[in-house]
Design a protein around this ligand. Structure first.
Ligand SMILES: [Zn+2]
Length: 561
C-alpha cells in the first residue's frame, strides 16, 4: 500500500476513535458488564437510549458514578426510568442511571426534602452544579427495578451536550462479544406498482441458506424494476443469551455502496420514527422487526448514511447482479448476506384493491372523518403515507382500522354527548378495546361541556366506557388500632377496576407522608425511617382517586413508641 494512503487511513481511524474520550467513564457497577439490552436496539416505540446492564437478577447492587461531576437532574416517576439520576461531567457529557431502587444517603436526603416539600412521590429537580458534587467512584445509588422495568437491571446512558444519547460502548466500556450478528429472515420489497419480485408485486420472504462460516447465501431471486430489501437480525454477546441489537448495517449493489444504517447516536425527537425503519405491519402481526434497508418518504431518521437512491436498487431485464448486506455488532464482528438477483421482466396480473368501503387519510394535509356523534381529526403529518383506512361507527363504538399502520403522532377522537343524561357525563371516558377479550383500557380523556376528546397514536377500536366504582385500598402489613413500633414500613395495596388510578394522597395526623407507588405490585409504601411519624397515636388517612374522579378514603389508627 502507498505510504501516504496508509498514513491517511491511520489518521482517519485515529480520528474516529478519539472522537469519544476513552477510559474516561467507568463501568457503573463493580461486576463485569453483561447486557440485557444494547444501545439503539429496537423497542416497541423507540430506540433504546442506553445499555441495560444485568444485575444478577437482584436489586441493591452499588451503582457508582461513571466519572466525577455533579448531579444535574434527579427524576422520580411511576413509569419510564423510575428513580433516575443524571450526572453532568466536566467534559460536557451526561451519564444517566435508571430504574434505581434508592439513592445514596446524601442524595436520598436531598430528594426526600424535595418530595416532602412538593408533597409528591413523583418529582423532577435540576440541582445547581455546586449543590451535589460527585467524586469519581462515588456510590450514588443502588440498582433496582423501578418504573417501566420488567426485571432488576441498571439502565445506563451517556448523552452529549445536546441531550443526544450515544452508544456507551464507543467510550471503551468493555463487554465480551466474540459472536457475529445472526440473521433470521430476509425480505424483498417492490418500490412501486411496476416492480416485480419472483413474479409478485408485494413483500416476498426470501430463502436464507446459512453457510458454515456464519455468513448467509440467499436463493437467487428473479426481479424487475425498483426494489428494496429488509432484514431481521440480532446480536448476542458472550455471557448472556439475550437477542440484542446490531450496531451497523451496510448494503452494496454490484460492489457499490447502496445504504448504511449506523446506530451510534440518535436524538430523542426522532426515536418515534422507529415505526418507519421497521415494517410496522409485519411487527404487529408477527412480532419480529424487519429493518427496511431503504428510505421511504417522511423518514427523518439521522441513522442513515451514504444512501444511493434511498437504498433501492434498479433491476433491469436480462441482467445478473449481486446485492450484499454487511451487519456488524459493537465489537465489529460481522456477518454478510449475499443475494443473487436475476433481472428478467415478468408480467404480473393487475392487482385490484377494493377501497370502496374505506376512507382516505392524507399524510401531508389534515383529514376529518365523521359519522353520527363521532369525529376523528388527523392533522397534517399524522400518517407517513396517504392511506385508505377502515372507518366505521356503530352506536358508541368507533372502528378505526387496526394497529398495523404506523402513526407519527396522535389523531384526536371527539364524542358529542348531547344526547346523554347529564348525570352520566362525568363517569364516561374514551376507552380503547384491546386484546383478544376486547378489554376496555382508559385513553386520557378531556371533557369540555358535552364533548369528550382523546388523542391516540395507535389505530384500533374505541368506545365510551363508564366507571362508577371507586378504587380499592387495602392494608397489607397492619390492622386498625395496632402497635407498629417495630415496623419499618407501612404498606397498602391500591387498585381500580376500570379507568385506573390517577392520584393518591396519604396523611398521618393531617400531615402529608411520602408513600412510594409501584404500579407493578399496586402497592403504596411508607418508610418510617423518614421520621415524619413521631406521635404515639396516629391517624392514617389515604385518599385514592381514579381517572374519572371516583375516590375512596381509607382510615386507620396505629400506635408507635
Ligand atoms: Zn434500558
Amino acid at each position: 500500500m502507498n505510504k501516504f494512503l496508509l498514513l491517511f487511513l491511520m489518521s482517519c481511524y485515529g480520528f474516529s476513535q478519539s472522537e469519544y474520550p476513552q477510559d474516561y467513564f467507568r463501568n457503573p457497577l463493580d461486576i463485569p458488564i453483561v447486557l440485557a439490552g444494547t444501545f439503539a436496539e429496537l423497542r416497541s416505540s423507540h430506540f433504546h437510549g442506553g445499555l441495560d446492564i444485568k444485575t444478577r437478577q437482584k436489586q441493591g447492587l452499588k451503582v457508582y458514578a461513571s466519572a466525577q461531576g455533579y448531579v444535574s437532574r434527579i427524576k422520580i416517576s411511576h413509569f419510564g426510568y423510575g428513580k433516575a439520576i443524571y450526572i453532568t461531567h466536566p467534559n460536557g457529557y451526561t451519564t444517566v442511571y435508571g430504574h434505581l431502587q434508592k439513592f445514596s444517603d446524601r442524595l436520598e436526603r436531598y430528594i426526600k426534602d424535595c418530595q416532602y416539600d412538593k408533597e409528591s412521590f413523583e418529582v423532577e429537580v435540576f440541582p445547581n452544579p455546586s449543590e451535589l458534587p460527585i467524586q469519581s467512584d462515588e456510590v450514588i445509588a443502588y440498582s433496582g427495578n423501578t418504573g417501566g422495568s420488567a426485571g432488576p437491571h441498571l439502565h445506563f446512558e451517556i448523552r452529549d451536550n445536546q441531550e443526544r444519547p450515544i452508544n456507551p460502548m464507543l467510550f471503551g466500556l468493555d463487554v465480551k462479544d466474540t459472536k457475529a450478528p445472526y440473521v433470521s429472515a430476509i425480505f424483498a420489497y417492490p418500490k412501486d406498482e411496476n416492480a416485480i419480485i419472483n413474479g409478485k408485486n408485494e413483500r416476498v420472504q426470501l430463502r436464507l441458506i446459512p453457510q458454515k462460516n456464519g455468513n448467509y447465501e440467499v436463493e437467487k431471486i428473479t426481479a424487475y424494476g425498483n426494489i428494496g430489501f429488509g432484514v431481521t437480525s440480532y446480536d448476542k454477546q458472550d455471557m448472556a443469551p439475550n437477542n440484542n441489537g446490531v450496531s451497523n448495517i451496510q448494503t452494496f449493489f454490484n460492489g457499490n455502496k447502496s445504504l448504511e444504517i449506523d446506530f451510534k447516536r440518535f436524538s430523542f425527537d426522532e426515536t418515534k420514527h422507529i415505526k418507519r425503519l421497521i415494517d410496522y405491519e409485519y411487527y404487529k402481526t408477527k412480532r419480529a422487526r424487519i429493518q427496511k434497508l431503504f428510505i421511504q418518504k417522511n423518514n427523518p431518521l439521522s441513522l442513515y448514511k451514504n444512501a444511493y437512491d434511498n437504498g433501492y436498487i434498479k433491476v433491469e431485464d436480462s441482467t445478473s447482479s449481486v446485492y450484499k448486506i454487511r451487519i456488524r455488532d459493537y465489537k465489529d464482528n460481522e456477518t454478510w448476506v449475499s443475494i443473487p438477483v436475476k433481472g428478467a421482466y415478468q408480467p404480473i396480473e393487475d392487482k385490484i384493491t377494493d377501497v370502496s368501503n374505506k376512507s382516505i387519510v392524507y399524510s401531508d394535509k389534515s383529514t376529518v372523518l365523521e359519522s353520527d356523534n363521532i369525529k376523528v381529526n388527523f392533522y397534517a403529518n399524522t400518517l407517513y403515507d396517504d392511506t385508505y383506512i377502515d372507518f366505521r361507527v356503530s352506536s358508541d363504538t368507533l372502528f378505526l382500522d387496526e394497529d398495523k399502520i404506523p402513526l407519527q403522532k396522535n389523531f384526536y377522537i371527539n364524542y358529542d354527548l348531547s344526547n346523554y343524561k347529564t348525570e352520566d357525563l362525568d363517569k364516561l371516558f374514551i376507552a380503547r378495546l384491546y386484546g383478544y377479550y376486547k378489554r376496555p383500557s382508559y385513553v386520557y380523556t378531556k371533557r369540555k361541556g358535552n364533548a369528550l376528546s382523546a388523542g391516540s397514536k395507535v389505530f384500533g377500536t374505541f368506545t365510551l366506557a363508564m366507571d362508577t366504582v371507586p378504587p380499592t385500598i387495602k392494608p397489607v402489613n397492619f390492622q386498625d388500632k395496632k402497635w407498629l413500633s417495630k415496623y419499618r414500613y407501612l404498606k397498602v395495596k391500591i387498585d381500580d377496576d376500570l379507568s385506573g388510578i390517577s392520584k393518591y394522597r396519604a396523611t398521618v395526623n393531617g400531615e402529608w407522608i411520602l408513600m412510594e407507588y409501584d404500579y407493578k405490585t399496586k402497592t403504596l409504601v411508607h418508610d418510617f425511617n423518614d421520621n415524619i411519624v413521631k406521635d404515639t397515636k396516629n391517624e392514617l388517612k389515604i385518599i385514592v382517586t381514579d381517572n374519572v374522579g371516583n375516590s375512596s378514603t381509607f382510615e386507620a389508627i396505629f400506635f408507635r413508641k
